[in-house]
Design a protein around this ligand. Structure first.
Ligand SMILES: C[S@@+](CC[C@H](N)C(=O)[O-])C[C@H]1O[C@@H](n2cnc3c(N)ncnc32)[C@H](O)[C@@H]1O
Length: 420
């Protein structure tokens, strides 16, 4: 075995490797070198020691995605980076379970983030990955679920007999390791999933930046063009998800798994609590929300809501308006805590200019400043540097944006978010 990472993993998969890994103390970056030396001095195979310490380090890192379950899992570094975090995978799994799907093919299963969530809900999984070490790790992670099976093969060759649903989380890196944003060029490509959806309920994970026109069934969807398969005409649901402010994915759900009438939706997860916004409840989903003057409050819709094109739902919930037709800031005359948007109290609206802004911050005794921007080329770091040293007991948020086409600086204060 030429690759030391693969050799280390193979050693850890042995019973002796499992025993050594189980005996390790909680991972500590600073102590890892000395621990490795002690283990080798105690007679443990150096390849195994390296493999066990790697797993220990990856487990510590994986807690951010899998919580305490990480301590019972194995990883590859690339597999961990690509794995779906548990709370998001659980939402995928619930869709299949709610639709009555009993055996899901996870086609390109990686280390098994999604497969584990499915198996944990009692859905059997046929997990497939063409990469040998990755498939071996998935098999180790799924070992407690007798209804699950892992195969190391290309998904194009997978026999789907007995399967009644498919999940795909295609690899989004090319051979040179560069990110692939177009789902038609991911592996497997979107056309593969669309083709499958003629036979099975299908869910597909894509990057949050997916072009809305690429969602199968969208008017003008080019899936089925030169790099795609057949054109899908029935509507799919595209659901964007953010976790604690980061938009992590857009999942495409074939007609059999889409919610009735919903084409676009956003899930905003904060502190483990999820709120769903969908186009069925956005009165402006098919049109433009109103635009008007800045009121007493400004709201920054969550990134998943913006990506889903559902800012209108925030406008409607607040009985508000946009500050500019092309910018996702909503303003309103009252404060309402919404899970889908962060609110600020607006103290002042200034035409953008360094000197007047600096003067107002000094007058207000602002010593700590958060700079936010949308629709302007000014860089927050650059602005902070040019404002120079600020002194005072107060904290402020400056929002740089266009208001009715004019570059403006809104002097604001952060408002409390709803408790999760
Ligand atoms: C993004 S990862 C999946 C992550 C997984 N959902 C998780 O939560 O752990 C994609 C995986 O698809 C596999 N893959 C890509 N193309 C494949 C193909 N044609 N056949 C089988 N596996 C494939 C890659 O090896 C990679 O492990």
């Amino acid at each position: 075995m030429d690759d030391p990472a693969v050799a280390g993993l193979a050693a850890v998969l042995s019973p002796a490797g499992q025993a050594l890994l189980a005996s390790l103390p909680p991972y500590d970056d600073e102590g890892a070198l000395a621990l490795g030396q002690r283990l080798r001095a105690a007679g443990h195979d150096p390849v195994l020691v390296a493999g066990a310490l790697t797993q220990s380090r990856l487990r510590a890192r994986a807690r951010a995605k899998f919580g305490p379950f990480a301590d019972d899992m194995l990883f590859t570094a690339a597999g961990l980076e690509q794995a779906t975090r548990l709370e998001v995978a659980a939402r995928h799994a619930r869709r299949f379970a709610a639709a009555g799907v009993r055996r899901v093919a996870d086609l390109g299963c990686g280390v098994g983030g999604d497969a584990l969530a499915l198996a944990g809900l009692g859905v059997d999984v046929l997990a497939v990955d063409r990469d040998e070490p990755t498939a071996a790790v998935a098999a180790a992670n799924l070992r407690r679920f007798p209804g699950s099976e892992v195969r190391c093969e290309d998904v194009a060759a997978t026999d789907l007999t007995g399967v009644d649903g498919a999940w795909l989380d295609p690899a989004r890196r090319d051979d040179a390791g560069r990110r692939v944003l177009d789902p038609r060029r991911a592996s497997p490509p979107l056309s593969f999933a669309v083709e499958l959806a003629h036979r099975l309920p299908v869910g597909v994970k894509t990057a949050p930046g997916i072009d809305h026109d690429l969602v199968p069934g969208a008017v003008g969807s080019p899936v089925g063009g030169p790099v795609g398969g057949p054109v899908a005409s029935a509507p799919w649901e595209c659901q964007w998800t953010s976790v604690d402010g980061d938009v992590v994915e857009a999942a495409l759900w074939s007609p059999a798994l889409a919610r009735p009438g919903v084409r676009r939706s956003a899930v905003v997860v904060r502190g483990g609590v999820a709120a769903v916004v969908d186009d069925v409840h956005d009165p402006f989903a098919a049109g433009a929300p109103p635009v008007g003057p800045v009121g007493g409050y400004l709201y920054e819709p969550d990134g998943a809501v913006v990506r889903a094109g559902l800012v209108g739902a925030v406008v409607a919930a607040l009985d508000g308006r946009l500050v500019d037709p092309s910018i996702a800031y909503v303003t309103a005359d009252r404060h309402l805590e919404l899970p889908s948007a962060t609110g600020y109290a607006v103290d002042e609206v200034l035409p953008f200019g360094l000197k007047p802004l600096r003067a107002r911050l000094r007058e207000r005794g602002v010593g700590r400043l958060v700079v936010k921007k949308r629709g302007t080329a000014v860089e927050p770091e650059e602005l902070r540097r040019r404002l120079g040293r600020l002194e005072g007991p107060h904290e402020a948020v400056v929002v740089l944006t266009r208001v009715a086409g004019r570059q403006s600086a809104l002097l604001c204060r952060a408002l409390p978010r709803p408790a999760p």
